[in-house]
Write a protein that binds this ligand. Structure first.
Ligand code: IMP
Ligand code: MG
Length: 181
């Protein structure tokens, strides 16, 4: 791994694919242990960032499960708060099911709180959140994050599904934004 350039910025190697794979395995195991063999969960990957993580996660999940993907789209609302978030692509009936959200990264928690608002109305049996990466220093919410792969510093990262302005999602390893010298 060496320094890479995406658009105008440079990124340095941060977490290699072998270590990413360890965090994914660890996460799949703690989720499986918690949910157990008898409950068949629905994993919901939040696009676009979680596509790679979700694909690897379910391959490590040792029991039966469902996997689906949704996208959070925002549109200008007519109310005073402006932007309203909506889930696109959810066709499954979630009533009475154990739902586990798969997030690539939780930063401020704004995305997570939108997701919570949306899923609260769906009468799920259990709503759990699993995130591969978590930035504890910037998290501003009191929402529970049930499963965390790895907590990281408040630095912008790319690779393994995560992008900088559309680029970098295809990188198998994770890179960190290079500080100005
Ligand atoms: P939050 O709403 O601030 O928690 O941020 C969640 C979303 O922002 C993630 O799902 C990512 O799409 C994006 N994001 C947050 N931090 C990073 C990062 O370090 N690199 C790339 N995308 C990020
Ligand atoms: Mg995302």
């Amino acid at each position: 791994m060496s320094t890479i350039k995406l658009h105008d910025k440079y990124f340095i190697p941060y977490i290699n694919k072998e270590n990413i794979s360890k965090y994914v395995q660890y996460l799949a195991n703690i989720v499986a242990e918690d949910i157990g063999k008898n409950e068949v969960p629905i994993f919901i990957g939040i696009l676009n960032g979680s596509f790679m993580f979700a694909a690897d996660f379910v391959r490590e999940y040792p029991y039966n499960c469902h996997i689906t993907f949704v996208k959070l789209a925002s549109y200008e609302g007519t109310n005073s708060t402006g932007k309203i978030k909506q889930l696109v692509g959810l066709n499954e009936d979630l009533e009475g099911k154990t739902v586990v959200i798969l997030e690539d990264i939780i930063d401020t928690g704004n995305t997570l709180s939108e997701i919570y608002k949306i899923f609260k109305n769906k009468n799920v049996k259990n709503l759990k959140i699993a995130t591969l990466f978590f930035k504890p220093d910037v998290f501003r919410k009191s929402l529970p994050i049930d499963y965390i792969g790895k907590s990281i510093k408040d630095k912008f990262i790319v690779g393994y599904g995560l992008d900088y302005d559309g680029l970098g999602r295809n990188l198998p390893d994770i890179y960190q934004l290079k500080e100005k010298e």
